[in-house]
Design a protein around this ligand. Structure first.
Ligand SMILES: [Mn+2]
Length: 333
């Protein structure tokens, strides 16, 4: 996207916001720090513009492992069916590459005439909004930094923290290849605004529960090595999660993908987690997305994401999912 296009779309979004009174924000299913950070940043900006704002947790429970973020209590523990979409003038859908990433429970377009503004950084974004600001950036909070700078909004101390955690998390702590010089420049400005942002990311990395380690143990116990030892797929069954009484709060702080990718020989890894019986969440990671593009694999299963990090959902048995994912991975080697 050219600078001109960015400015044009950015101004269009501001105009729509100015015309709206009640604005709805949401977290995407299995919300990550970029989703939560983006929602809290946008909410603060909108409140500053005198708007009524509601943030709902959406499909997933409130991500309590991020409850230390400033203004976290603004997020209502409500799903999409708990509210009347007609009460709102505008939905700003952030960090969500498709309607399914906004909600898998309802189809927002079929259930309302709500105007939708999309602000996102996923290359596979389906442009489902009335206005779409989809920018190649490592995190939605990076897009927001540019956007609110364009609007002339000052970065507050709380905005700085919520933006920083989004940048930090989506770049794996500024390690992933798609981290841009601009990402670090923005991170520097955020730290200059509020040095506490560093403490916040440390806090973020210490949110395991004792059962988080049981969860990791299950992942490590159920590894299938494939592609001649260059890839690995871990599969965790619903039964095992039930037996160990592992809940969302135990899993949301754990990045199995990063743990498995720490094995030097494995170029690609996948984790299959049977969240409910017959419903498999597939996460894929690649050490080198140019060489082994896992977004292509995710797309086979109706998912999406980035070349080095992608995901999908399968509604089959765990055994069948495992077989299919292994086959798809072996095909790209
Ligand atoms: Mn993101």
């Amino acid at each position: 996207m050219t600078e001109n296009d960015f400015e044009k779309i950015g101004q269009d979004i501001l105009e729509v916001i100015q015309k709206s009174k009640n604005i709805l924000l949401h977290l995407h299913p299995s919300p990550d720090p970029d989703s939560v950070g983006s929602a809290l940043v946008m909410a603060e900006v909108l409140k500053g513009l005198g708007k009524e704002v509601v943030i709902i947790a959406g499909d997933s429970p409130l991500p309590m492992s991020l409850s230390f973020l400033p203004n976290f209590n603004w997020i209502k523990d409500e799903g999409w069916t708990d509210l009347d979409l007609n009460d709102f003038d505008l939905l700003i859908a952030q960090d969500s590459g498709s309607l399914e990433m906004v909600s898998r429970e309802i189809n927002i377009k079929e259930n309302s005439d709500l105007k939708i503004v999309v602000i996102d950084h996923h290359a596979t974004n389906t442009l489902y909004g009335d206005i779409n600001l989809v920018v190649e950036a490592p995190a939605t909070t990076q897009v927001l930094f540019k956007l609110i700078s364009l609007w002339g909004v000052e970065i507050s101390q709380t905005i700085a923290v919520n933006m920083f955690v989004g940048l930090y998390a989506d770049t794996g702590g500024f390690k992933y290849d798609y981290t841009q010089p601009e990402t670090l420049a923005i991170a520097g400005q955020l730290i200059a605004k509020n040095h506490e942002a560093l403490k916040t990311v440390r806090t973020m990395q210490m949110q395991n529960t004792p059962k988080s380690l049981d969860y990791k143990m299950l992942a490590y116990k159920n590894i299938n090595i494939c592609a001649g030892g260059r890839a690995a797929v871990s599969a965790i069954s619903f039964g095992d999660l039930e037996d160990k009484k592992i809940n969302t709060e135990d899993t949301e702080s754990v990045s199995l993908g990063n743990d498995l990718l720490s094995v030097a020989q494995w170029q690609v890894i996948a984790t299959l987690v049977e969240k409910k019986s017959g419903e498999i969440k597939v996460s894929l990671r690649s050490k080198n997305g140019e060489l082994y593009n896992v977004a292509e694999i995710a797309q086979i299963f109706g998912g999406g994401g980035h070349k080095a990090a992608a995901g999908a959902k399968l509604e089959v048995s765990l055994e069948e999912a495992l077989e299919k994912v292994i086959m798809a991975i072996e095909n790209i080697f």
